[in-house]
Design a binder for this molecule. Structure first.
Ligand code: 5GP
Ligand code: ZN
Length: 110
């Protein structure tokens, strides 16, 4: 738990948020400002500042398992999906999060 980290508070249930997926490593929930009809964030339960700070590579399995489940549950397999991780200063929130978005069309990559 990192003090004043909004995503730690969400992961710990201190800010009530519906989880679309949860396992021992990660949780997934809707982005508060969706930029696509589906816009889900997958985060580690532990505070990890950003992508390059991941040390336990088991976390990759859990993050991508959650991403696949969201794609399936939201039926994005055939509608187009986009997976984004901002880091290195491009991120607004300093707790690793994977954006899963859709539907997305080809060449709609702005
Ligand atoms: P970043 O720019 O860091 O990659 O993305 C941060 C994302 O977190 C943004 O899409 C923003 O809408 C989302 N976000 C920020 N604060 C909250 C919050 O309190 N709850 C939820 N559900 N999403 C948030
Ligand atoms: Zn955190």
């Amino acid at each position: 738990m990192m003090k004043d980290c909004i995503f730690c508070k969400i992961a710990l249930g201190e800010i009530h948020t519906e989880f679309l997926y949860e396992d021992e490593y990660v949780v997934a929930f809707n982005d508060i400002h969706p930029v696509k009809p589906v816009h889900v964030l997958v985060i580690p339960k532990n505070h990890i500042a950003e992508f390059i700070a991941v040390e336990d590579t088991t976390l990759y399995q859990h993050l991508f398992t959650a991403v696949k489940k969201i794609i399936g549950e939201k039926e994005l397999q055939t509608k187009g999906y986009r997976i984004i991780v901002n880091g290195g200063g491009a991120q607004d929130v300093d707790h690793l999060h994977v954006h899963v978005m859709g539907p997305v069309s080809p060449s709609n990559h702005e």
